[in-house]
Design a binder for this molecule. Structure first.
Ligand code: BG6
Length: 480
C-alpha cells in the first residue's frame, strides 16, 4: 500500500530543510511504501520539475553523505507540486481532483501536513473539510499540525474546536519535534525497560530535577515572531513541558498512544498552580544583552529570551521535589539535558561535613552529545578517604556508530502509520497552556519580577545563580 503526504506551506523553510530530507531518508531506508506520493502546496507557481530541482539542491545540503543521485532520481519521481491558496475554495477542489488523479488503488490514505503560517491553520482545516478531503471513507485522512498550537489557552481551545469540527481527535497529529528525538524516546526505555532506576525515581531519593534547554544562537532574523512569542511560548509550553512530562510520568500499562498520553496528562494535572508571590519567588526572567539591537526588535521590548520556572508536581511520586526548568538563547553552548539530582547521603563519613556531594546524579544528554552519564563519588587513589566525582558515560554515537536520525523522520513515519504516541493530544496542549498562561500574565502585570539582562555567551543572569544558591542547590552548567 502507498501513502500520500500533502505539505501545505511547501515553499517554506521547514519543507526543504526538514520534511523532504526526512521523507527522502525514509525512502532510502525502504520505510516509505513504494509508490507513495509527496505533494507540495503553496501559492507560488512551480512546475513539478522545477520544485523537484529546488528540493534536490536542499536535500543535497541537508541529507549530507546519505544523498545519492540515483536514489534521489527514484524518490523525486513521486514528488508533485500543486499551486494553491489556502483561502481559495476552488484551489482545494482542484487539489482534490489532482490527488485523485495521481493516486492508484494501492493508496491507503493521506497525511496533510500544515506547515503554513499558524494564522492559516483554521482556514486550511475548514477548506479541507469543505472540499471533502477529510472524508476517510476511502482511506485514512490524517492532519499534522506544526507548532505553535495557539498562542494561549483560549486560542488553543478555539483551534481544537475548529479542528474537531472537521477531523476526529484520532486523525489529528499535533507535532512537537522534541518527541521525535531519539534521546527523548530513550527516556521511556531508560525508565521503563530497566528495573534499577524505578525504585529511586521518586521523592524518597530525588532531591530535584533540572531540565535545561540552552541555545547558543540568538534570535537572528526571527524578531517578528519571537518578540511577540518570548521564551515561555516558544520553548516552555511545548518542548520543555514535554520533557518534564516524560521524566515525571507513571509507567503506562502498555506503550500505546492513549495510555502514554493519559499518563503524561496526569503530570500536567498535578503541576501546582502558582499564585501570589510564587510568580516572583519561583520564576526568573532574562534578556540577552544584544536583544534590543536585533533587527526588528522594538527599542524597549521586555520580551524574555531566558527563563527559569520552579514547578512542583503535587502527587505521590514527586510531592516536594522541585523541577527547575530553564531555557535561554545566547547561552554558553547548545545543550539540552535533564539532570536527576539524588539526595545527599544521610550521614557523611568522608570529607567535609558541610559539603554537598556533586556526584549522585544522572545526566540525560538529549543533545548534541546524546548520551547518559551517571555521576558518583569514588575514592581518590592513594589518598586517605578523600572522594571525588567520577562518571560512567554512555554515548549513543559510540554505541551505534551512526548518526542519530532527525526527529522528523520518526514523526512523519508514525503519522503515516497511524501511531500518535509521540504527538500531543488536545487536552495535553490545553493543560500546558493552562500552566504557562498565568506566568505570562504575571510577567506582564505591574508586579512582574525584574527582567535581568545577561551577557550573551554565558549561562544566563548572575541573579539566576544567586537564586539557585538560595535554594541550596547548584545549576549543572556544563557544556557537553
Ligand atoms: C523551536 C523554537 O521550536 O525549537 C526555536 O521555535 C528553537 O526557537 C528550536 O531554536 C530548538 O530546537 P532544537 O531541536 O534545535 O533544540
Amino acid at each position: 500500500m502507498a501513502d500520500t503526504i500533502v505539505i501545505f506551506g511547501a515553499s517554506g523553510d521547514l519543507t526543504s530543510r526538514k520534511l523532504v530530507p526526512a521523507l527522502y531518508r525514509l525512502f532510502a531506508k525502504g520505510r516509505l511504501a513504494a509508490g507513495s506520493k509527496i505533494v507540495g502546496v503553496s501559492r507560488s507557481q512551480f512546475e513539478h520539475e522545477q520544485w523537484r530541482e529546488s528540493l534536490r539542491t536542499a536535500a543535497e545540503k541537508f541529507v549530507g553523505k546519505f544523498f545519492t543521485a540515483e536514489s534521489w532520481e527514484a524518490f523525486s519521481e513521486n514528488i508533485f507540486y500543486h499551486a494553491g491558496d489556502i483561502k481559495d475554495q476552488a484551489d482545494f477542489k482542484s487539489l482534490a481532483t489532482f490527488l485523485d488523479s495521481i493516486e492508484t488503488e494501492e493508496h491507503s490514505g493521506r497525511v496533510y501536513y500544515l506547515s503554513t503560517m499558524p494564522q492559516l491553520y483554521e482556514e486550511a482545516i475548514r477548506q479541507l473539510g469543505k472540499a471533502g478531503l477529510a472524508d476517510d471513507s476511502k482511506g485514512y485522512r490524517r492532519v499534522i499540525i506544526e507548532k505553535p498550537f495557539g498562542t494561549d489557552l483560549a486560542t488553543a481551545q478555539a483551534l481544537n474546536h475548529s479542528i474537531h469540527g472537521v477531523f476526529r481527535e484520532d486523525q489529528i497529529y499535533r507535532i512537537d519535534h522534541y518527541l521525535g528525538k531519539e534521546t527523548v524516546q530513550n527516556i521511556f526505555a531508560l525508565r521503563f525497560a530497566n528495573s534499577i532506576f524505578e525504585p529511586i525515581w521518586n521523592r524518597n531519593f530525588v532531591d530535584h530535577v533540572q531540565i535545561t534547554v540552552a541555545e547558543e544562537v540568538v534570535i537572528g532574523r526571527r524578531a517578528g515572531y519571537y518578540d511577540t512569542s518570548g521564551i515561555l511560548r516558544d520553548m516552555f509550553q511545548n518542548h520543555i513541558l514535554q520533557l518534564m512530562m516524560i521524566t515525571a510520568m507513571e509507567p503506562p500499562a502498555r506503550y500505546d498512544s492513549s495510555l502514554v498520553r493519559d499518563e503524561k496528562v496526569k503530570v500536567l494535572h498535578s503541576v501546582r498552580k502558582m499564585v501570589g508571590s510564587d510568580f516572583a519567588n519561583n520564576t526568573i526572567r532574562g534578556q540577552y544583552d544584544g536583544y534590543l539591537k536585533e533587527e526588528g526588535v522594538p527599542p524597549k521590548s521586555q520580551t524574555e529570551t531566558y527563563a527559569v520556572l520552579k514547578l512542583y508536581c503535587d502527587n505521590w511520586r514527586w510531592k516536594g521535589v522541585p523541577f527547575f526548568l530553564r531555557s535561554g538563547k545566547g547561552m554558553s553552548c547548545r545543550t539540552t539535558q535533564i539532570v536527576i539530582q539524588f539526595k545527599n547521603v544521610p550521614h557523611i563519613l568522608f570529607g567535609e561535613k558541610t559539603r554537598t556531594p556533586v556526584g549522585n546524579r544522572l545526566v540525560i544528554q538529549i543533545q548534541p552529545a546524546e548520551g547518559i552519564q551517571l555521576h558518583f563519588e569514588t575514592k581518590v587513589p592513594d589518598s586517605e578517604m578523600k572522594t571525588r566525582t567520577s562518571t560512567m558515560d554512555f554515548s549513543f554515537q559510540q554505541a551505534s556508530g551512526t548518526e542519530l536520525p532527525d526527529a522528523y523522520q520518526r514523526l512523519l513515519l508514525d503519522a503515516i502509520q497511524g501511531d500518535a504516541s509521540l504527538f500531543a493530544r488536545s487536552d495535553e496542549v490545553e493543560l500546558a497552556w493552562g500552566i504557562i498562561d498565568p506566568i505570562i500574565a504575571a510577567w506582564k502585570s505591574p508586579a512582574a519580577p525584574d527582567l535581568f539582562t545577561y551577557p550573551t555567551g554565558l549561562w544566563g543572569p548572575t541573579e539566576a545563580s544567586e537564586w539557585m544558591e538560595e535554594q541550596k542547590r547548584e545549576w549543572f552548567d556544563v557544556c557537553p
